[in-house]
Design a protein around this ligand. Structure first.
Ligand code: ZN
Length: 206
């Protein structure tokens, strides 16, 4: 196994150990469905050291060309922006001190367009190469919308990256996507047809 695969396999275990990802439970999602897998991204940020460690691992699996070319790290609030801020700082710790420091840009939620950059951050992004990150990739729609905002601001998207990919993306961008860890959850069940309920497995509480 190569080093990248080792890092990714360890990250998937760490996500479970830290209860970001719970795969062997019996969860009541409160919407009429039950299932075995629960994802709690808040656990990534509860202790800042957790996201710092995962961000280091994500940097270790990103292609060297992306690490070298990135001038701005951007991400959607809240999780993506916290991760982007961390990644931007850590990138500089791996670079020559004479290089201009990496910039950070948060994409805020916008009632009309979904996501947007403030005027200040549009200026930061303009004419620069951007690494777009998020904590979790669901359908890929958030990253696609953020990429459109970055391009609209005059930035170039180099790649997208996330800590955890649910492997349910229905929108793929035309740039590389790198996930530190990925896991596809099995289908959930309507509560009335839940086999875990039927076999008497107690609902997981946490
Ligand atoms: Zn059940």
């Amino acid at each position: 196994m190569n080093r990248r695969d080792e890092i990714r396999q360890k990250a998937l275990k760490d996500l479970q150990r830290l209860e970001v990802l719970m795969v062997n439970g019996h969860f009541d999602f409160g919407n009429g469905y039950h299932g075995r897998v629960y994802l709690n991204p808040h656990q990534l940020f509860r202790h800042p050291s957790t996201i710092w460690r995962f961000a280091q691992d994500l940097l270790d699996v990103l292609p060297g060309s992306v690490l070298d070319e990135t001038e701005v790290v951007a991400g959607p609030v809240t999780g993506g922006a916290l991760l982007a801020h961390t990644i931007a700082g850590l990138l500089d710790s791996r670079r020559e001190i004479t290089r201009p420091p990496t910039l950070f840009a948060p994409l805020t939620t916008d009632a009309v367009t979904g996501h947007s950059l403030s005027r200040f951050y549009r200026q930061q992004v303009k004419g620069r190469r951007v690494l777009l990150v998020d904590d979790v990739r669901n359908t890929g729609q958030t990253l696609a919308r953020c990429a459109a905002v970055v391009r609209d601001s005059g930035g170039t998207v180099l790649a997208t990256a996330e800590i955890y990919d649910r492997m349910e993306a229905i929108i793929e961008l035309d740039v590389p996507n790198v996930a530190l860890a990925e896991y596809k959850a099995p289908e959930n069940y309507p509560a009335s047809a839940c086999p875990l309920c039927a076999s008497g497995v107690p609902v997981t509480t946490f």
